[in-house]
Design a protein around this ligand. Structure first.
Ligand code: GLV
Ligand code: MN
Ligand code: MN
Length: 408
């Protein structure tokens, strides 16, 4: 009906992860191919496409008679390792579908519409979630971002240069933001809220505060066969004990989440006691003060455990995104456009959350029958994708068609 499933079918072969799902790191080949796919569809519809100095791709539709700041939608095309097909691309494909729906309706719009595709939303390559929107909004200093390195040791500055961007021009971009009245991001739901409610689409209410911390434990690299068990300073053992403590600490705090999903031993040999282990903690809680207290407890735990194992530990914050309550005025407008849609919060981070510090933002969620995300099992039924794109068209139309009061 809206063609969203067909659009997603066109990119189903791009960036397939041999271990299952998709691996589409920011600025990589798959990401570039997806970007070209998006640009092709935007240009075929006569949208005015350009890539800004932070690598965000914009596609503008300026209906006759429209003026002022745009109503922007969109999402991202990068994925986590082993990610699903919908986290990000559903929002981009639905944005194209929604523009098709709005054009077919032919109603007058007072505001322009734009689609934005944000790079490195997952932070899977450079460790900083929502990198593109964070740069745009000034949520990270350009110098700090440009010095970040990926797993190959390449800096963001080098990778951007190879991808056709000039690192000297990266950073906070108030001029671009001044052209954005509000941002409405459609996203696959990453839990079971809509399944339990038996509804296809929800309006987002809030994003759980979240952050990432890198823990490094240094020990003594040595031989697996010749080093007596009593003589070891093994950072892997300290890391393993800490991971269990992190789980237990989070379990002791209502509504807290803490995850260790990435661990890197150095040098990483079967018959080698590691000299260093790095691992990353993702911690989340609705109250940012509780997240901070949890991280302090984690720091205390890893310091103690590392000392007991004859090792030394350090903990470093990589990113922090406070809890976001989406803009109430914008939510009211979405609620009047979509009176049957329930409101749901989410535990996942989004560009709409980062941009909320600068402009009114809102989200729509589309039912995911498995309730699973960041996994190949993530799913959206074709008919729900249609519901989502039509709901997005309704929402954008409600905001862009009634914006004469300049309140966006
Ligand atoms: C992004 O999906 C996140 O919540 O980390
Ligand atoms: Mn994600
Ligand atoms: Mn996402």
């Amino acid at each position: 009906m809206t063609g969203v499933a067909r659009l997603l079918g066109e990119v189903a072969h791009i960036g397939v992860d041999a271990r299952g799902g998709y691996a589409r790191p920011g600025y990589g080949d798959a990401d570039r191919e997806l970007r070209e796919w998006f640009v092709g569809h935007a240009q075929a519809r006569g949208l005015d496409v350009h890539r800004d100095r932070n690598g965000i791709v914009w596609a503008w539709w300026r209906p006759p008679g429209s003026s002022g700041p745009a109503v922007v939608t969109g999402s991202h095309l990068d994925s986590v390792p082993g990610g699903g097909a919908y986290d990000g691309p559903l929002g981009v494909a639905s944005a194209i579908g929604a523009i098709d729906v709005m054009r077919a309706r032919g109603l007058a719009l007072q505001r322009p519409i734009a689609i934005a595709v944000f790079p490195e939303e997952e932070g899977s390559r450079f460790g900083l979630a929502c990198l593109g929107s964070r740069l745009l909004a000034g949520g990270v200093q350009a110098e700090r971002a440009l010095a970040l390195t990926d797993r190959e040791g390449d800096t963001l500055a080098e990778v951007l240069r190879r991808d056709g961007l000039d690192p000297r021009h990266v950073g906070r971009d108030d001029e671009t933001l001044a052209g954005v009245g509000c941002f409405v991001e459609l996203h696959v739901e990453q839990g079971r809220g809509l399944v339990d409610l038996g509804r296809p689409v929800a309006i987002g209410s809030s994003i759980l505060g979240h952050g990432r911390w890198r823990i490094t434990i240094d020990g003594q690299g040595n031989h697996a066969g010749t080093t007596r068990m009593s003589d070891r300073r093994d950072p892997m053992v300290a890391a393993a004990r800490t991971v269990v403590e992190i789980r237990d600490l989070a379990r002791g705090i209502p509504d807290a989440r803490a995850t260790v999903g990435r661990i890197e031993p150095v040098p990483g040999g079967t018959n080698v006691i590691a000299s260093r282990v790095s691992f990353w903690v993702d911690a989340r809680h609705p109250d940012d003060l509780v997240t901070a207290a949890l991280v302090t407890s984690i720091r205390d735990a890893v310091t103690r455990v590392a000392a007991e194992e004859g090792c030394a530990a350090a903990l470093q914050e990589e990113s922090l995104s406070p809890t976001v309550d989406f803009d109430h005025g914008l939510r009211d407008r979405l609620r009047s456009a979509l009176p049957d849609a329930p409101e749901l919060g989410t535990g996942a981070g989004h560009d709409a959350g980062v941009l909320a510090s600068r402009i009114p933002t809102a989200m729509l969620f589309v039912r995911n029958p498995t309730g699973i995300s960041h996994s190949p099992e993530e799913l959206v039924e074709d008919s729900d994708a249609d519901h989502g794109a039509v709901a997005l068209a309704d929402a954008l139309e409600a905001v862009a068609g009634s914006a004469a009061d300049g309140s966006i």
